[in-house]
Ligand binder design. Sequence first.
Ligand code: NCD
Ligand code: ZN
Ligand code: ZN
Ligand code: ZN
Length: 396
Amino acid sequence: EVVDGKGQILLPGFVDLHTHLREPGREDTETVDSGSAAAARGGYTAVFAMANTDPVADSVVVTDHVWRRGREVGLVDVHPVGAVTVGLEGRQLAEMGTMAAGVGRVKMFSDDGKCVHDPLLMRRALEYSASLGVLIAQHAEEPRLTVGAVAHEGPTAARLGLTGWPRAAEESVVARDALLARDAGARVHICHASTAGTVELVRWARSQGISISAEVTPHHLLLDDSRLESYDGINRVNPPLREKSDVEALRRGLADGTIDCVATDHAPHAEQDKCCEFSQARPGMLGLETALSIVIETMVRPGLLDWRGVAKVMSERPAEIVGLDDQGRPIEVGEPANLVLVDPDTEWTVRGRELASISHNTPYEDMTLPGKVTTTVLRGRITARDGEVFPLTGER
Ligand code: NCD
Ligand code: ZN
Ligand code: ZN
Ligand code: ZN
């Protein structure tokens, strides 16, 4: 099949290190099937499915199930993320080695907020991960700093009386885990960096030779706390939307390589959990189908990244961080490739109901965004074209 890419940009398939597919447990909000469709339409050829499912992905039974479902659907390589600790209590390390050795070959383990309670447990987890050669992704949210009257920071949130995650809840964990990773001889990956201080801490840690990487979400690159004025639950997310100065620091940090990559933190939620007042809403936003457009809007248009840079932050760096050997690298002639074609000049208007996800909780409803993925190719096979997806299983 010949694809005419005239006037379009050809990039390596995107790799998302942070996707919530909600399977098992909340198939009413997203499944491997629906999330894979969203990923393919968004230009992704690999996604890392987060561990906070029900049951938690703390055993090879769950991680292998997620991997198998991904392969059956065939729209995107679904890499299961394992949980660092067992269950919801998080007092005990999960059998990371068993998950890493399963058919799902788990490469990344998510703390999901458990080890932040216990620095010694985190240190042991880092030592364990180093011995296995896997990566720990830290959500960097110290819950004990969020209780009581502590507000989202900044004048807007304080005036509105919103409770949430102060910058110190993130930055204290980033600093601590950078030092623990150094002592354990491990690597650590910081999920959804959201503050100017986190950018500085990552820069400092790297200057000390610490093996640290960090991601930023599209929404933290575009949206700021002025959004909170509406009290609309659609804008609730962890970490919260912060001030314009943080947004600018994140953009600069991504441009200069301090922040390694963009990760969506695609977080589907049911209608009743988002279309409500802010304090009642669950945190999280959809991201897979809008990520590229937000990167164009916030990074390419202002001249902070060129297309080479887009390939780096959307594909090459994330693949490298997690050690994918079949993504984000130069392709030999004749080798089946993971590719995405992007029409850079088109604009489109986001409608939650037209997205492939089961849930519709996009914060970009009715916004007109630049650039669209026209074709996604996974190992030489077209998985999405002009919004249509081509799964291996016909049961969508
Ligand atoms: C995520 C979710 O919904 O699972 N929510 C969020 O606001 N980011 C959890 C997480 O990544 O912390
Ligand atoms: Zn998180
Ligand atoms: Zn998340
Ligand atoms: Zn809605």
